[in-house]
Design a protein around this ligand. Structure first.
Ligand SMILES: [Zn+2]
Ligand SMILES: [Zn+2]
Length: 152
């Protein structure tokens, strides 16, 4: 059932039919749609059951179709995963850019810059060190690469 059908159906339920035969027929047809949907759901359940109980061997054409659908699903899931990774990478890049933003003028500087390229303000050091052994840590490390202490 389409989105608009749902709205029209909702209205039909609110408006009293007042003996209007067209409205009565409309309501009844909607009830038929609901019944058909229930029937389809039952058949779908039966189909899954039959397929699980050896139907894959009994109906090789269905198996082929379902495998094609599964391949499509995998492809779409893969696209979702890639898009999610791209989103994460974009966010990380934005955060990294934010971290290199000059507190004085707002300019974003290269990672290695010690002074703002725009205004010459000294930039906060992005370097991090282990509180335990003092070893320098990569920006994203969570544990010291020398002694394993958690990096705050
Ligand atoms: Zn600046
Ligand atoms: Zn350490």
């Amino acid at each position: 059932m389409g989105f608009l059908d749902g709205i029209v159906k909702g209205l039909a339920e609110i408006v009293p039919d007042q003996g209007n035969p067209e409205l009565k027929a409309y309501k009844a047809k909607n009830e038929l749609d609901d019944i058909a949907a229930k029937e389809n759901a039952i058949f779908a359940r039966l189909g899954r059951q039959v397929y699980a109980d050896g139907g894959a061997e009994a109906y090789p054409a269905v198996k082929t179709e379902l495998e094609a659908v599964a391949a499509l699903r995998k492809d779409v899931e893969n696209r979702i995963r890639v898009a999610q990774e791209e989103t994460d990478a974009k966010k990380a890049a934005e955060q990294a850019a934010e971290a290199r933003r000059c507190s004085q003028c707002g300019a974003v500087n290269p990672e290695s810059a010690a002074f703002c390229q725009s205004c010459g303000n000294r930039l906060a050091s992005p370097k991090r060190f282990c509180s335990q052994c003092g070893a320098e840590q990569p920006a994203d490390s969570r544990f010291c690469n020398e002694c394993g202490t958690r990096i705050e």
